[in-house]
Design a protein around this ligand. Structure first.
Ligand SMILES: C[S@@+](CC[C@H](N)C(=O)[O-])C[C@H]1O[C@@H](n2cnc3c(N)ncnc32)[C@H](O)[C@@H]1O
Length: 322
């Protein structure tokens, strides 16, 4: 079907976030959303194919096995809004199950223009689905979808691949709560959540021997060089993945191999970085199945069904707005 992207201006927010993140007094931090540019979004697709990264395959298995039941549990006219669609490959299972019975509007919401374009290409051949992409932040995009949908239509929000785990607790509950405020009773959220598993297995998933995840992480510095005329020397940083047993999250960092000063020429900011000091770039929380149910209830949802993949512990959760 014909696709149209609706694009938001995000202009200088990147500059502001990079400068404030690099000058944080205790722990330097760069928001994970900036990992996804034209290079990062493509590297992420490669990560999804790596043997060590079982998360995407588990998510896909559950969607393939249960798509029919999932859409039957959300009857009537449905519009689908996907938060951070990436390439949209797995979404095909849901859209095909829906399109067998009803014409459906699909709104992928993406911060990455590259991911949005991949998604629109990937799913364009499904009959009875109209696609309108929103190049927006998650909740801004969802607000736009809510404003467009008609009375009598339910919104089915998809948040696949454990995107929710990138929010540190309690930001994950706050995010769900904000989402719930946009939705109406009867709307639904299909929430993917990666589950707890042995630490070594997790470390390998986020620090693969081929170095794809390292390249994905280091690309954030390369992006700052490209877009803000900074002078990060990539060889002077190394990718680190570690598990925090306090937060039960994998953390990705970029560790400086030496004392150095980096300048962001676009802003004139120079930042001293010590040997072994790190920039924290991403967290990926690992849930227990019951934790997801409680988190959903705290945010105003009811867990209607939960499907678990046991090969790579991962849960697909169908949450109803009440
Ligand atoms: C971990 S990937 C998951 C992609 C896909 N859902 C999957 O399961 O493979 C997260 C996706 O969300 C997008 N993203 C990250 N932060 C975002 C934000 N704040 N608003 C909108 N999209 C965002 C990224 O560009 C990326 O494509």
């Amino acid at each position: 079907m014909l696709t149209n992207a609706i694009i938001a201006e995000s202009a200088s927010e990147f500059t502001t976030d990079v400068c404030s993140g690099l000058t944080k007094p205790d722990q330097k931090e760069l928001p994970s959303k900036y990992l996804y540019d034209q290079v990062g979004s493509r590297l992420f697709e490669v990560i999804c194919e790596l043997p060590e990264y079982g998360l995407t395959r588990a998510d896909e298995r559950l969607l393939r096995l249960h798509a029919t039941e999932i859409v039957e549990r959300v009857p009537g006219q449905v519009v689908v809004a996907e938060l951070g669609s990436g390439s949209g490959k797995k979404t095909r299972w849901i859209l095909e199950a829906l399109s067998r019975h009803r014409p459906t509007s699909y709104y992928p919401i993406e911060i990455s223009a590259t991911a949005l374009a991949m998604c629109e290409r990937e799913l364009a051949d499904i009959d009875s689905i109209s696609i309108v992409g929103f190049e927006h932040e998650y909740l801004d995009g969802l607000l736009k979808v809510a404003a467009r949908h008609q009375d009598g239509q339910r919104i089915l929000v998809l948040s696949l691949g454990s995107t929710i785990g990138n929010f540190d607790h309690p930001a994950d509950v706050s995010f769900l709560r904000e989402m719930r405020l946009i939705l109406q009773p009867g709307d639904a959220l299909l929430l993917g959540t990666d589950l707890q598993k042995p630490i070594l297995q997790l470390i390998e998933a986020y620090d693969d021997p081929l170095g794809v995840t390292a390249a994905f992480n280091l690309n954030l510095l390369a992006r700052i060089n490209r877009e803000l005329d900074a002078d990060f020397v990539l060889e002077q940083f190394e990718h680190v993945a570690k598990f925090s047993s306090v937060t039960r999250s994998i953390e990705m960092h970029l560790r400086s191999r030496q004392d150095q000063v980096v300048t962001i020429h676009k802003t004139g900011l120079s930042v001293p970085i010590l040997e072994n000091e790190t920039n924290w770039t991403e967290s990926c929380h690992k849930y227990s199945p019951q934790e997801v149910v409680s988190m959903a209830e705290d945010a105003g949802f009811r867990c209607d069904a939960q499907w678990i993949d046991h090969e790579w512990p991962f849960a697909e959760n169908l949450l109803m707005a009440e």
